[in-house]
Design a protein around this ligand. Structure first.
Ligand SMILES: [Zn+2]
Length: 301
C-alpha cells in the first residue's frame, strides 16, 4: 500500500525522498521568540468574494502570463470509473479524454466553514495504487475550497492557490516535495508587500507564527511528547522548509534593485511555462535550508 506522501510525490513528479527536519537548539530558541508575536493584535477588514478574486487576478495578470489549467469534474468522471481497463495506458487515455482546459480563475469555488486562512485546491488524480498510472497521469484541478470568512487578506490566499495551479500542472516542476510551498508563499508575500505596509506585516507575522508552531511540533515529536503519522511528519517538514526558504527569497527580493526583482519574476514565469524548475531558481539565489535558518536567527534571535 502506497502512503499518501508516496502518491503525492509520484503524481507531482517529485524525487522520492523521505526526511524529517530535526530543529537544532538555536532554531528552537528562535521559534520560542516568534511565538510572542501571537500576542499582537491583527486587524483585517471583511471583503466581498468578487472583490477578493478581482484583486488577486489583477495582481497575477499584472505580473504573469497565466496558462490554462487541466480541469476535471471528478463527480462526473467517477461514473465512468465502473469500467474495466486492460492496461495503464487505457486508464490514462480515458482520464485524459475527460480533462478540460480552463482559465485558473474559472475554477469552481466552494466556501467552507473554516478559519479565515484556510484554502485548498483539490487535485484529481486517480484513486489507485498502480505506480505507472499515478506517475504518468496529468494532475488536474477540481475545486478551490476557501474559508467563508473573507477579508482583505483573502486576495493573497487566492493568489497562493492559483500559483500552485500554474506550477503543479507541470509534473516535476518542483524536484523536492519539501520545496513545494516556496513559490506560492513567496508570491503571496510580494502581493501583500505591494499593497500596503500593514498587509505585508500581517502576512509576515502569520508565517512567522507558522514557523514557530512547526518548530514546536517537531521539537515535541523528537522529545516523544507527541506522536504523528509519517505523512504528518513529512508535511510538517515540507511546510517548515518551504516557509523558511520563502522568507529568505522574499528578503532577497525586498532588498533588491527593480531589475533584480524583475529577474526573479521572469524566472517564476519560466517555472509557470515549464521551462525552469523551482530548484534552479533557488540555486541562482543561493537559497538553502541552512542559509534561511541562519537568516531567521540573525533577524529574530
Ligand atoms: Zn500551498
Amino acid at each position: 500500500m502506497l502512503s499518501n506522501t508516496a502518491i503525492h510525490m509520484l503524481q507531482h513528479g517529485h524525487q522520492q525522498e523521505y526526511k524529517i527536519i530535526k530543529p537544532l537548539r538555536k532554531l528552537i530558541l528562535v521559534g520560542k521568540k516568534l511565538d510572542k508575536l501571537r500576542a499582537g493584535k491583527i486587524y483585517l477588514k471583511s471583503m466581498e468574494l468578487n472583490t477578493a478574486l478581482t484583486e488577486s487576478e489583477e495582481f497575477m495578470r499584472g505580473h504573469f502570463n497565466l496558462h490554462k489549467i487541466p480541469f476535471l469534474d471528478i463527480e462526473n468522471y467517477n461514473e465512468s470509473l465502473t469500467k474495466e481497463y486492460d492496461s495503464a495506458t487505457e486508464v490514462i487515455s480515458d482520464y485524459e479524454k475527460h480533462l478540460k482546459k480552463i482559465n485558473p480563475y474559472d475554477l469552481p469555488i466552494v466556501l467552507v466553514e473554516e478559519e479565515h486562512r484556510y484554502a485548498e485546491i483539490t487535485e484529481t488524480g486517480l484513486n489507485c495504487q498502480d505506480i505507472e498510472v499515478i506517475s504518468k497521469i496529468r494532475i488536474a484541478f477540481w475545486q478551490l475550497l476557501l474559508s467563508n470568512t473573507i477579508t482583505n487578506y483573502t486576495p493573497s490566499i487566492i493568489t497562493h492557490e492559483i500559483t500552485h495551479t500554474q506550477i503543479d500542472s507541470h509534473k516535476g516542476a518542483t524536484k523536492s516535495l519539501y520545496n513545494h510551498e516556496i513559490i506560492p508563499i513567496f508570491v503571496q508575500f510580494v502581493e501583500n508587500f505591494e499593497k500596503s505596509e500593514d498587509l505585508n506585516e500581517i502576512d509576515e507575522v502569520f508565517r512567522l507564527i507558522d514557523i514557530s508552531d512547526l518548530i514546536d511540533s517537531l521539537r515535541k515529536y523528537y522529545k516523544r511528547r507527541v506522536s504523528y503519522t509519517k505523512d504528518e511528519l513529512f508535511d510538517l517538514t515540507k511546510y517548515l522548509e518551504s516557509t523558511l526558504k520563502a522568507f529568505m527569497l522574499f528578503e532577497i527580493y525586498a532588498n533588491s534593485s527593480i531589475n533584480k526583482q524583475k529577474d526573479i519574476f521572469a524566472d517564476i514565469q519560466k517555472i509557470f511555462n515549464g521551462e525552469m524548475i523551482v530548484e534552479e531558481l533557488l540555486e541562482k539565489n543561493k537559497v538553502t535550508l541552512k542559509e534561511s535558518s541562519k537568516l531567521l536567527q540573525k533577524k529574530y534571535l
